[in-house]
Design a binder for this molecule. Structure first.
Ligand code: CMP
Length: 131
C-alpha cells in the first residue's frame, strides 16, 4: 500500500518507479479511500497496540494505493526496498528513508509473510482484478 501521507505529497509516481526498478510486477492496483472500520479490519492484528487508534485514523484520513506485487522472494525483497518501519532507522535509498514522514506516516506498507500477503491481497482484490 502507498499510504495517505505519500499520496498527499504527490509521491505515488516516484514510489511506483522505485518498485518497478526493483523488478516487481504489478498484478493488481486500486486507488481508494478506506473507512475507519476498513482500516481497523486491515490492521486487526494490531488491535491491542497503543497506536491502533492513531493508525486507523491516519489510514482512513485520505486515499491510498493498494497493489499486489510479484517477484521471486517478493516479501523479503519488498521489505528490504521499503526499509525499517521507523524512517529514522531506515537505510539510505529505501522508500521510507526517502519518503516517510514518521513511524506512523511511513509512506508504504508491505506484507510481512506470504500468508499475510494472501490475506491482504484478498482484502482488496477479487480474482477478476488480478493480472
Ligand atoms: P506498517 O508496516 O503498515 O504496519 C503497521 C503500522 O503501524 C506501521 O507500518 C506504522 O504505520 C504503524 N506503527 C507502527 N509502530 C508505530 C508506533 N510506535 N506509533 C505509531 N504507529 C506505528
Amino acid at each position: 500500500m502507498i499510504k495517505p501521507d505519500a499520496v498527499e505529497a504527490n509521491n505515488i509516481g516516484p514510489i511506483l518507479a522505485m518498485i518497478n526498478k526493483a523488478g516487481f510486477k504489478i498484478e493488481a492496483m486500486k486507488y481508494m479511500r478506506l473507512t475507519k472500520a476498513q482500516a481497523g479490519a486491515f490492521y486487526a492484528v494490531h488491535k491491542e497496540r497503543p497506536f491502533y487508534g492513531e493508525l486507523t485514523e491516519y489510514m482512513s484520513g485520505g486515499p491510498i494505493v493498494a497493489a499486489i506485487l510479484s517477484k521471486d522472494n517478493a516479501v523479503a525483497d519488498y521489505r528490504q526496498l521499503i526499509g525499517a518501519t521507523d524512517p529514522t532507522k531506515a537505510e539510505e535509498g529505501t522508500i521510507r528513508k526517502v519518503f516517510a514522514k514518521s513511524i506512523a506516516a511511513n509512506a508504504v506498507h508491505g506484507s510481512d509473510s506470504d500468508e499475510n500477503a494472501n490475506i491482504e491481497s484478498n482484502f482488496f482484490f477479487s480474482h477478476l482484478e488480478r493480472f
